[in-house]
Design a binder for this molecule. Structure first.
Ligand code: SF4
Length: 294
């Protein structure tokens, strides 16, 4: 298998075969993100990627899950992506699920028939960096999608029978937009009804606009207590039917998890107990080696 540059995958894909269809991210503008800052976006030749699938299948013939990298593999176009999914299905007889990081734009431009086709090919799980449901926050962090786009994307994916794993970034709006971040995220997540929901913390890392704005003073990062307060207030407002919630990424101040709504009261109690002890320090600014592992 050939991989270009540093490869990212969700923690829940630790057991999956990784196949790199695209290099980098076609958007690559989010103010907080340096994941693909050093990569020039391109789609790898499909033949080459299929050779990687063949080589992986020889090594792990019983693999059940495949994750397609990099930041937005569906940007390769429907023909290419569906041809790859079909090839993965042929080479991995025990295949249960294909997944990828997705964005609202890539799902919204697919027709219902194209989404059905991907579902038939076992592309079942879309990881979506929602980051925030607040319109002002999404605009400020240059996400390239509005709250309505996010909801519409979720509805389209669900209508095709796909699961959604939504990622929220605590602290993404800084001090100025924390109210928009909390209320907008509650409203959007309640409409999206994702099967999986993760809260991560917006870490301010080198080579990002967020780091520049922080140094200039135009972005005020939240303290540890304020970050936990956002998590608490968002959780308190969520009304979901059955969502697996996690807040256990390396960027999180504490590790929490449970099923919503069943465990909401227990999660809120844990956060309420922690809040008085949380510091007024800002620990989300991250330089040097630590930033490499986010
Ligand atoms: S957060 Fe996602 S969409 Fe935004 S630049 Fe990073 S990889 Fe691309």
């Amino acid at each position: 298998m050939r991989f270009e540059g540093r490869i990212y995958r969700p923690p829940s894909e630790a057991e999956s075969v990784l196949i790199q269809l695209t290099v980098g991210c076609s958007h690559n503008r989010c103010a907080f993100c340096a994941m693909y800052a050093d990569k020039k976006y391109r789609v790898r030749p499909l033949e080459e990627v299929m050779e990687d699938v063949d080589a992986s299948a020889r090594l792990w013939p019983r693999a059940r899950r495949v994750f397609v990298c990099d930041g937005d593999a569906l940007s390769a176009g429907h023909e290419t992506f569906s041809a790859l999914c079909a090839h993965i299905g042929r080479r991995f007889p025990a295949l249960e699920r294909i997944s990828a990081y997705t964005n609202a734009r890539d799902i919204l431009r697919l027709s219902p028939e194209e989404l059905d086709r991907l579902r038939e090919l076992r592309f079942f799980l879309c990881y979506l960096g929602l980051e925030s449901g607040g319109a002002a926050v999404l605009e400020r962090i240059r996400k390239g999608a509005s709250p309505e786009d996010m909801v519409e994307m979720a509805e389209k994916a669900r209508a095709a029978g796909m699961d959604l794993s939504a990622i929220v970034l605590l602290g993404a709006g800084g001090r100025a937009l924390t109210a928009d971040h909390v209320s907008g995220t509650i409203a959007v997540v309640n409409r999206m009804r994702p099967r999986y929901l993760s809260f991560l913390t917006a870490m301010i890392v080198p080579h990002t606009a967020l780091m520049t704005w922080t140094r200039e003073g135009s972005f005020q990062p939240l303290t540890d207590r304020e970050i936990l307060r956002e998590a608490r207030d968002m959780l308190a407002g969520l009304e979901l039917d059955d969502t697996l919630f996690r807040m256990n990424h390396v960027s999180n101040l504490i590790a929490l998890g449970g099923r919503l709504p069943r465990d909401r009261a227990a999660l809120l109690a844990q956060l309420d107990a922690l809040l008085p002890r949380a510091g007024d320090r800002v620990t989300c600014i991250c330089e040097g080696d630590r930033a490499m592992f986010l």
